[in-house]
Write a protein that binds this ligand. Structure first.
Ligand SMILES: CC(C)(COP(=O)(O)OP(=O)(O)OC[C@H]1O[C@@H](n2cnc3c(N)ncnc32)[C@H](O)[C@@H]1OP(=O)(O)O)[C@@H](O)C(=O)NCCC(=O)NCCS
Length: 345
């Protein structure tokens, strides 16, 4: 098929990992620059899948030269579009190739009767740049934020302020003009403890409970069931897609009175000096008592002390409470992207 100038779109399964490697390595460099994310482990995993020729997707060729690819993975009746990347001489052309590839993949999924739902979050694309392809195919779009806490800059701020004020004042996240509500002290029966694999089942139950009726459960349907929440946890802890899980920077809260797990913060390493918070949640019955703030502060404090330069996370823009919490604790918006969801039912 010929699109625009000399563009050819072919089935991804015709291509070997070796042929696609240069493009994936170029993409990894952009992840590093744009999101401070070392994408090498994900690249190697993806190359293995590509060599097994099982991934549904497409490759774009410009006069015989590979210039873009897209793929999805099937999870039962759901397809997750894992990537769409293109590289051309100018940004307009690059975007146009990505649009063409996505259009092709969406057509494939539209006419796949077994696929009832499609989800995608393509982090490299700014909000408003690829949304129209998805909107045209009937998707709903949810703006999301990629937030960053620059620990080096905040430590520099401490030094500067200590110099100015004669060493009396410490930098406290939330002091920077953000309106802060009165701080509730966490109840004394709540205990913080390090994450261990023993928490697995209770953690999945907590995730499921935390996202009932939540906007994120519309974006990621794994949150909608216990089975899905276990799978979500499994992906975070065992696969490098969200960085390499860092048990030593992950904590849970439990209620000493009944032993119930009531909160957790999970963290991955996405570069040598960059951590990524993959999950923060508090059981609905325990919210509004400062527990989310306490967990986050414990985690960021630990990461700062152990030499990390930055912490990143993603959050749905409409999740105002979480966004307020992150802003209050020193995070700022680095990038705005979109989650795309199609529910055929
Ligand atoms: C976001 C979440 C972790 C907050 O936990 P929490 O224990 O209720 O939060 P806290 O009581 O520690 O409040 C922390 C901050 O959140 C913000 N916040 C809390 N309740 C708020 C409200 N009703 N309105 C506005 N901001 C609010 C404030 O900044 C607050 O800080 P303050 O108490 O110093 O003013 C919790 O609501 C949750 O689990 N939500 C579902 C899962 C989720 O959305 N996770 C984040 C995904 S990225």
């Amino acid at each position: 098929m010929t699109v625009a100038t000399q563009l050819e779109i072919l089935d991804l399964r015709h291509f070997s990992a070796r042929q696609l490697r240069p493009l994936l390595e170029a993409e990894a460099r952009i992840w590093e620059k744009q999101l401070r994310w070392n994408y090498k482990a994900s690249t190697e995993l993806l190359l293995q899948y590509l060599d097994s020729r099982i991934l549904p997707g497409f490759v774009a060729l410009d006069r015989g030269r590979i210039c873009g690819f897209t793929f999805c993975v099937y999870e039962g009746h759901k397809a997750v579009i894992g990537d769409a990347f293109a590289l051309a001489d100018d940004p307009g052309q690059t975007l146009s190739i990505a649009h063409t590839l996505l259009h092709q993949l969406l057509q494939l999924l539209r006419y796949s009767p077994d696929i009832q739902r499609v989800e995608s979050q393509l982090l490299l694309y700014n909000a408003g740049t690829i949304g129209e392809v998805f909107l045209a195919a009937g998707f709903s779009l949810y703006p999301r934020l990629f937030m960053e806490y620059d620990l080096l800059r905040s430590q520099l701020a401490v030094v500067e302020r200590e110099t100015v004020s004669g060493g009396l004042k410490r930098e406290i996240p939330g002091e920077s003009g953000v309106q802060v509500r009165p701080k509730a002290e966490p109840p004394p029966h709540i205990q913080l403890t390090a994450w261990t694999a023993e928490h697995y089942q209770a953690a999945a139950e907590l995730i499921h409970e935390s996202y009932i009726g939540h906007i994120d459960a519309r974006i990621n349907d794994q949150y909608c069931s216990l089975h899905g929440s276990l799978r979500f946890l499994h992906n975070i802890v065992r696969f490098p897609g969200c960085g390499v899980f860092d048990a030593s920077s992950s904590w849970v809260l439990y209620d000493r009175r009944n032993g119930a797990l009531v909160g957790m913060v999970l963290c991955s390493r996405v570069a040598d000096d960059v951590a990524h918070i993959t999950q923060l949640c508090i059981s609905p019955r325990y919210r509004g008592h400062g527990l989310g703030r306490r967990l986050l502060d414990h985690c960021t404090g630990h990461l700062a002390r152990t030499g990390f330069a930055a912490i990143t996370l993603t959050v749905t823009e409409a999740n105002q409470q979480a966004v307020a919490l992150y802003r209050d604790r020193g995070f700022s918006i680095r990038h705005r992207f979109e989650a795309m969801v199609l529910d055929k039912a």
